[in-house]
Design a binder for this molecule. Structure first.
Ligand SMILES: [Zn+2]
Length: 239
């Protein structure tokens, strides 16, 4: 028996919600315990506290835009967590940008440091890609070979990071349903056959006069069976 000697200032009766909360907490603890690997090691997660290993695997992407004389080289280094276990995961760890063009040096350094910090936080980082891709250069964007419109160099950096994250499996690749993919392929072949002569010198893979797709920024939207449809990503006004 517990004898209460102090004056009772406040009390409350345990409610079913409290019990449920306690049960949820216990389940969480159990899940954490289950993550401790059989060999006794703990599952390593990406956090700011994780020290940089001596060696990281890197991929370098070249960005050559018509708005700068010099190419930009974007290097993204990945870390492999829990290698050789069922929890193995490849995550981006840091980014570097190299260019002969020093006009924007301080901004590039700041941007790469912030992107690297976001990488190291772990969790869902797809918001970063969306933010970068939506940056517009007030002096106007440019067309990439292949017919995609880039609103700015920063947006192109966003596309590069997106591509990298899709390659290493951190972000899902956009999927198109089979029927639509087949239909678009056929339509594209018809167009190509019709416009072979003039397309031989064109840098775009898509029909001339195609409109800009609001979803993937590619000039590939054509009227198809009475419906504006993008030949690049399959986006359609008619659903
Ligand atoms: Zn599209």
């Amino acid at each position: 028996m517990i004898k209460i000697e102090k004056h009772i200032a406040k009390y409350r009766v345990e409610k079913p919600a409290d019990v449920a909360e306690a049960a949820a907490r216990a389940a969480e603890r159990k899940a954490d315990a289950a993550e401790i690997r059989r060999d006794g090691g703990k599952v390593i997660r990406l956090t700011e506290k994780l020290e940089r290993p001596e060696v990281l695997i890197g991929s370098t992407y070249k960005i050559k835009t018509p708005v700068s004389d010099h190419a930009m080289y974007v290097t993204i280094n990945d870390i492999i967590l829990n290698e050789g276990t069922e929890h193995e995961q490849r995550r981006p760890f840091e980014v570097f940008i190299n260019s002969k063009n020093l006009d924007h040096f301080q901004w590039i350094v700041a941007l790469t440091r912030i992107i690297s910090a976001v990488f190291r936080k772990g969790g869902d980082i797809s918001f970063l890609v969306d933010e970068l891709k939506s940056v517009f250069d007030p002096r106007g964007g440019y067309w990439q070979p292949g017919g995609r419109f880039m609103p700015s160099i920063i947006a192109e950096l966003g596309y590069v990071i997106e591509k990298h994250l899709q390659t290493i499996g951190v972000m899902p690749r956009p999927e198109m349903d089979e029927h639509r993919a087949a239909m678009i392929k056929q339509k594209k072949e018809e167009y190509d056959a019709r416009n072979k002569q003039q397309d031989a010198f064109s840098r775009s893979h898509f029909p001339e006069g195609a409109q800009l797709c609001p979803k993937c920024s590619t000039a590939a939207v054509i009227m198809m069976d009475g419906c504006m449809t993008c030949l690049s990503c399959g986006d359609s006004k008619c659903g």
